[in-house]
Write a protein that binds this ligand. Structure first.
Ligand SMILES: [Zn+2]
Length: 431
């Protein structure tokens, strides 16, 4: 293997016009760091003048050289440069000069294409922009430039909408006016479709009206959380779509109501005068997770020593004892567990039965929650009927959070969105 070829294989250079001498590698300090510098020459016979397109070989003459230093990917953990001596030419027909061209780096760019491609590969991972910049020995703004240069988001309005859509929102960048951004996913393939800066109704209306009516009519089911503006939005813009309230949000809603009730009961007892009352308060506080847990998932076999009860008890026995000591909480617990069960088993009649229960003895919040459920009843019925939920979208939201945390936040919404789309959605690579 020739000497030039060996170096080219190491540096992964494909350009046939670059040659290396025997002592081409030096180790020297550059920008405050010991670097590997490979010195090469770029020489070939140009076929035409790029200015006047003259093709007569004798009219194009050599006209000195220019040297550039191109950043390559690290070799053995050393920052590595290619010092390329480029041939210059002069065209006698138009009296203008030009420099030999190479595939190693774009014109006027000192970051080689290989480095750029490796940045592109890293953009798909959960790494912050600064970290990529550090790894590749370039500036953060160069990383942003590479991202914007190579990735373009697909135009969502030229796409068709899927049969099932999932809507959700997440907290995006600080300067976004509504603080919450809107995110949309295909409910069947779980592909991320688009992210919209603002989740407020007028903004979304304008956004969706840019899709043609035929496209919007194709949507049959839409999964949402209990955010009322979505209901009117869908009614107005998606004539054939049925709404589904995400099951997780139903459970979360009643779960939170019960949690508040329990906290209220606990504090009342902790502030109580008698010793037993305060003891009960402490137990309620200590075993709050068992009360919040789904009843069927409680362990009813394994007895463990419970110091606060001075007895060997299973999880379900603890719950029993706590609830028999506070009858009011038991009523709330029953309602909470029944709704949980109804949603899990998709039992519509049990759910409706829960809605009509007498809750006057319970805190006001239960009435409010049940009223909300009644208001969204048709959508909840759909949720109990169809299997679609926002689970995958919540999972994606979690990924977004990690990305945001790793990056210590994003300042520009466009960059943030592009980064999410590169990782999870559809983008296209230019060139
Ligand atoms: Zn010319």
């Amino acid at each position: 293997m020739s000497h030039t070829q060996l170096i080219k294989d190491t540096l992964n250079i494909l350009d046939l016009n670059i040659h290396f001498e025997e002592n081409c590698l030096t180790k020297e300090k550059y920008k405050g760091q010991i670097c590997l510098i490979y010195k090469g020459t770029l020489l070939y016979k140009p076929e035409e003048c790029p200015h006047c397109l003259c093709v007569v070989p004798s009219r194009i003459i050599r006209w000195g050289t220019t040297t550039v230093r191109l950043l390559l990917n690290d070799v053995s953990e050393y920052r590595t440069y290619l010092e390329l001596k480029k041939q210059r030419f002069k065209c006698k027909s138009c009296q203008r000069t030009f420099v030999a061209d190479t595939s190693v780096a774009e014109k006027y760019c000192f970051i080689s294409q290989k480095v750029r491609w490796s940045v592109i590969a890293r953009l798909k991972e959960n790494t912050s922009m600064t970290e990529i910049a550090r790894q590749k020995n370039i500036s953060t703004s160069s990383v942003y430039r590479v991202m914007k240069r190579f990735y373009r988001p697909l135009n969502p309005f030229k796409q068709t909408l899927p049969k099932v859509l999932c809507f959700d929102e997440f907290k995006s960048v600080r300067h976004v006016t509504s603080a919450m951004s809107f995110i949309m996913m295909d409910g069947q393939s779980h592909a991320l479709l688009d992210i919209v800066e603002n989740r407020r109704l007028p903004y979304l209306e304008r956004y969706f009206s840019r899709f043609s009516l035929a496209t919007r009519e194709a949507v049959q089911l839409i999964v949402i959380d209990m955010y009322a503006p979505y209901v009117s939005l869908v009614k107005k813009l998606f004539p054939n779509a049925q709404l589904i309230i995400d099951r997780f949000h139903i459970v979360q809603h009643i779960g939170r109501t019960f949690l508040n009730h329990r906290v209220k009961e606990t504090t009342a007892r902790l502030k109580g005068t008698s010793h037993t009352q305060r003891g009960l308060g402490k137990k309620l506080k200590r075993y709050w997770k068992l009360l919040q847990k789904e009843e069927a998932k409680l362990n009813y076999e394994k007895r463990v020593w419970r110091a606060s009860f001075k007895d060997y008890l299973t999880e379900s026995e603890i719950v029993d004892r706590l609830l028999s000591a506070c009858p009011n909480l038991r009523q709330g617990y029953q309602l909470y567990q029944d709704i949980l069960y109804a949603v899990k088993k998709r039992d519509q009649s049990l759910f409706e039965d829960c809605l009509n229960r007498e809750v006057s003895g319970l805190p006001e919040t239960y009435t409010t929650t049940l009223r909300t459920f009644k208001k969204f009843l048709p959508q909840i019925q759909n949720a109990l009927h169809y299997s679609y939920s926002n689970g995958p979208l919540e999972c994606l939201n979690n990924h977004i959070k990690v990305l945001k945390r790793n990056a210590y936040g994003f300042r520009s919404f466009y960059n943030f969105k592009l980064r999410i789309m590169i990782r999870h959605g559809k983008t296209f690579l230019t060139k």
